[in-house]
Design a protein around this ligand. Structure first.
Ligand code: SAM
Ligand code: DTB
Ligand code: SF4
Length: 326
């Protein structure tokens, strides 16, 4: 069965896919993946927290919110030289996308933003796909980032519109959607996904996938994070995410948005190589590498290298989509 790219999925259709027997679900997702992508290729991305902690928001999962005692050291905006050294190191380790994250509610038009613009220019000049995740953006700010060479912007929906209120009270789901529109209008590649393990129901997950897959254009990349339950956050005692929940989420995302990069994101350190292999089988084709995500641990470079060798995976080259279009 050829999977077609659709933006008119119904909740019922998504429910049926998500609830199908898991081996059938994996088979369909793996087939969709083969129809649209090179399944041996995995995009290797690296994260850097350029401004850490002290955030005004109350996202219940986040170790960087100022109001929780999580032991994260607050760090102001990093210097350009340090960012460039990290980017060069990531590139040398085989990473093709460099994502800079800031613990901000939103971007403000100040000196710090001017400095981020310089960072974007610098990383772009290294020949890496530059990504940022800086919180909410206006249309003008998105355009400034695009002009500086920003390739992608990460802004997650995290969960369904209904459950969002239970997780974050300091901003709304609609504000998230507005920022995503601003990113799209500026011609920046959209990276948008969510988290499994917040205490949401299967219906919340299905609804989030519905919102993503019925956007006029699917996000080019869809990160699926497993909650990293950090001590001191309200979700510190949440149960470890079951691998089958990740597999179901990844496989459904792959079927609904066959061409997107589906990223097995946070939480990878808690999954075995066999569990991660199931995720790749189900259509995941992107990961974060490097010892740290933003503030929490990630598998080591050597462990990931061994996993790539074992599974016969290769790293996807940078700007591949643009080359196909050119
Ligand atoms: N402050 C900006 C914002 O919230 O948009 C950008 C950085 S924020 C850390 C980026 C994303 O990381 C969040 O939207 C969330 O999906 C993810 N994240 C944060 N803490 C996490 C955790 N403990 N486990 C899994 N994902 C997490
Ligand atoms: C995304 O979806 N996951 C990344 C990235 N986008 C910015 C962040 C994961 C953060 C995990 C918690 C931490 O390390 O602080
Ligand atoms: Fe702040 Fe982003 Fe963490 Fe929310 S997820 S507390 S906005 S850094």
């Amino acid at each position: 069965m050829k999977e077609i790219i659709r933006n008119d999925w119904t909740i019922e259709e998504i429910q049926e896919i998500y609830n199908s027997p898991v081996l059938d679900l994996i088979f369909r997702a793996a087939s969709a993946h083969r129809q649209y992508n090179n399944t041996g290729e995995v995009q290797v991305c690296t994260l850097l927290s350029i401004k850490t902690g002290g955030c005004s928001e109350d996202c219940a999962y986040c170790p960087q919110a100022a109001r929780y005692n999580t032991g994260v050291n607050v760090h102001p905006l990093m210097k350009q030289e340090e960012v460039m050294a990290n980017a060069a190191k990531a590139k040398a380790a085989g990473s093709t996308r460099f994502c800079m994250g800031a613990a901000w509610r939103e971007v403000r038009d100040n000196r710090d933003f001017d400095r981020v613009i310089e960072m974007v220019k610098g990383v772009n000049e290294l020949g890496m796909e530059v990504c940022c995740t800086l919180g909410m953006l206006t249309e003008t700010q998105a355009q400034k980032l695009a002009d500086a060479g920003l390739y992608a912007y990460n802004h997650n929906l995290d969960t369904s519109k209904e459950y969002y209120k239970e997780i974050i009270s300091t901003r709304t789901y609609n504000e998230r959607l507005d920022t995503l529109d601003n990113v799209r209008k500026a011609g920046i590649s959209v990276c948008c996904g969510g988290i499994v393990g917040l205490g949401e129901t299967h219906t919340d997950r299905i609804k989030m996938l519905h919102t993503l897959s019925t956007m006029p254009e699917h996000p080019e990349s869809v990160p699926i994070n497993a909650l990293v339950a950090v001590e001191g956050t309200p979700l510190e005692n949440n149960q470890k995410v079951d691998i089958w929940d990740m597999v179901k989420m990844i496989a459904t995302a792959r079927i609904l948005m066959p061409k997107a990069m589906v990223r097995l994101s946070a939480g990878r350190a808690s999954f075995s190589v066999s569990e991660q292999a199931l995720c790749f089988m189900a259509g995941a084709n992107s990961i974060f590498t490097g010892e740290k995500l933003l503030t929490t641990p990630n598998p080591s470079f050597d462990e990931d290298k061994a996993m790539f060798n074992l599974l016969g995976l290769t790293a996807r080259e940078a700007f591949k989509d643009d080359k196909v279009l050119a």
